[in-house]
Design a protein around this ligand. Structure first.
Ligand code: PFF
Length: 456
């Protein structure tokens, strides 16, 4: 029953898959979300828990997602249904795909608003707005943007058009081209930012200390919440639990090694997150900013560095363009599963499917951007839409999706299929994967959930 290709197209090479999947993983989650979430929980201890989650839960689940996608070769809903049927299991498993569509919707609605910020900041950089700026000035630029619903709407709309444009063109011509050059460029630029941060050795050492010296006292009475957030950040950053990586796996050739590719992708993702922290925390600490100041953190700190460094204006433009690209290549993967499903089940053309999805998400995005200003007092569970969608997807929906994927791969899918897909032989490495996916991921996620809601 396995198909060797997908009706939506295939990656032109294994390298194209690595680029596209890292394009999905590396995004605002690494450069925008990681530093401010780590900052909220005091740095080092959070980073340590995050790294453990990536290694013990993230990598095995990413392998599982790629494996299921490649085996099913359809959108996550149909892939899960087909694979479940082949195992004589209930079609209930397609719920994983549906949950994924919901997560993609919610994530993209706020992600696109932040993508819009990067567009605005590219423009500000080009206009030289950051030259000589101090912490206060930088905070003002940011709040002037987020308090202005019309500006936010404009940038959010441009960003959504960019995403729909690529997804409408399809896998090979759209997605692949977008990531080929821009990912390596982003990497080089981040290294340059870290090198710049290192020119102030005192601040840099402080930054290193902040990020890598675990001080569990920082969790003070909120360890459950901190661990849940670190785990949620791992799911978000690796694009796991919603079928994006499953979708990309469905375009991967049957010959490519899943394990090797996944280790490369997760490694790059983690490296980019750590580099972002190293670029940002020295500035945060040196300028007396508050690491836990929330989603505005990088937008308020990096302009200070750009404003002071020689050639900072050009550097800033390049940086925000690359951040925009990183956001773009991730956002594409959020829209792809829904688009593929509409093409498969509704028989729509790809452009119609992509544009319909984008319009619906655009509408939901308006609620997110209004929650930053005119609707700031409309709250649900004590949070506005923007914060609520952010919290709910990373900390609840993605881990739930991830655990269902783990249980399906470890307990439902027959052993000989996972052996064949992952490695070909029943090796020690395979057994470790199977142990992690059957026991560790489901148990850890359950314990973290129960603990966070105060049941244990
Ligand atoms: N991994 C992306 C980032 O770090 O920005 C965000 C993301 C993309 C999350 C795709 C989930 C997803 F399915």
């Amino acid at each position: 029953m396995t198909m060797s290709t997908s009706i939506h197209g295939m990656w032109s090479s294994r390298f194209a898959f690595i680029l596209a999947a890292s394009g999905s993983a590396v995004g605002l989650g690494n450069i925008w979300r990681f530093p401010y979430t780590a900052g909220e929980y005091g740095g080092g201890a959070f980073v340590l828990v995050y790294l453990l989650c990536v290694a013990a839960i993230g990598i095995p689940i990413m392998m599982a997602e790629v494996m299921l996608g490649r085996r099913g070769r359809q959108s996550p809903i149909n892939t899960m249904r087909t694979l479940a049927q082949a195992q004589q299991s209930p079609v209930f498993w397609q719920l994983v795909g549906w949950l994924g569509i919901l997560s993609g919707f919610l994530i993209l609605s706020f992600y696109s608003v932040v993508g819009g910020w990067t567009l605005a900041y590219t423009l500000y950089s080009g206009l030289g707005s950051f030259s000589g700026i101090d912490a206060e000035g930088s905070a003002q630029v940011f709040s002037a943007l987020t308090n202005n619903p019309w500006q936010l709407l404009l940038w959010h709309s441009v960003f959504m058009v960019m995403i729909a444009g690529v997804v409408a063109r399809g896998v090979a011509s759209g997605l692949e081209q977008a990531v080929r050059f821009l990912m390596p460029a982003l990497f080089v630029l981040l290294l340059a930012m870290v090198a710049y941060a290192a020119t102030e050795p005192r601040a840099f050492v402080q930054g290193l200390d902040y990020m890598f010296r675990p001080d569990f006292a920082e969790f003070q009475g909120r360890a459950g919440e901190a661990i849940l957030s670190a785990m949620g950040q791992a799911f978000f950053s690796l694009s796991l639990g919603m079928g994006a990586i499953m979708m990309y796996g469905s375009y991967l050739s049957s010959q490519a090694s899943i394990t090797q590719n996944v280790v490369i992708i997760a490694g790059m993702d983690t490296l980019v997150a750590l580099l972002s922290g190293l670029a940002i925390f020295p500035i945060v600490l040196a300028t007396g900013l508050e690491p836990g100041s929330g989603p505005g953190l990088i937008f308020q700190t990096l302009p200070i560095a750009f404003g002071q460094m020689p050639g900072g204006q050009l550097f800033a433009v390049v940086f925000f363009v690359l951040l925009l690209v990183a956001a773009w290549t991730s956002a594409i993967s959020l829209l792809e599963p829904l688009t593929a499903w509409l093409v498969e089940n509704r028989d729509w053309s790809r452009p119609v499917a992509a544009i319909t999805g984008a319009v619906l998400i655009w509408l939901l995005g308006i609620a997110c951007l209004l929650s930053l200003n005119v609707w700031s007092d409309v709250t649900l569970f004590g949070k506005g839409f923007f914060d609520l969608f952010d919290y709910l997807t990373s900390n609840v929906l993605l881990p739930v999706g991830g655990v269902l994927i783990a249980i399906f791969s470890g307990w439902v899918l027959s052993r000989h299929i996972s052996v064949a897909e992952l490695i070909g032989r029943d090796t020690l490495g395979y057994r470790i994967w199977r142990f992690l996916i059957r026991y560790i991921s489901p148990l850890c996620v359950t314990i973290v959930f129960l603990n966070a809601i105060g049941l244990i």
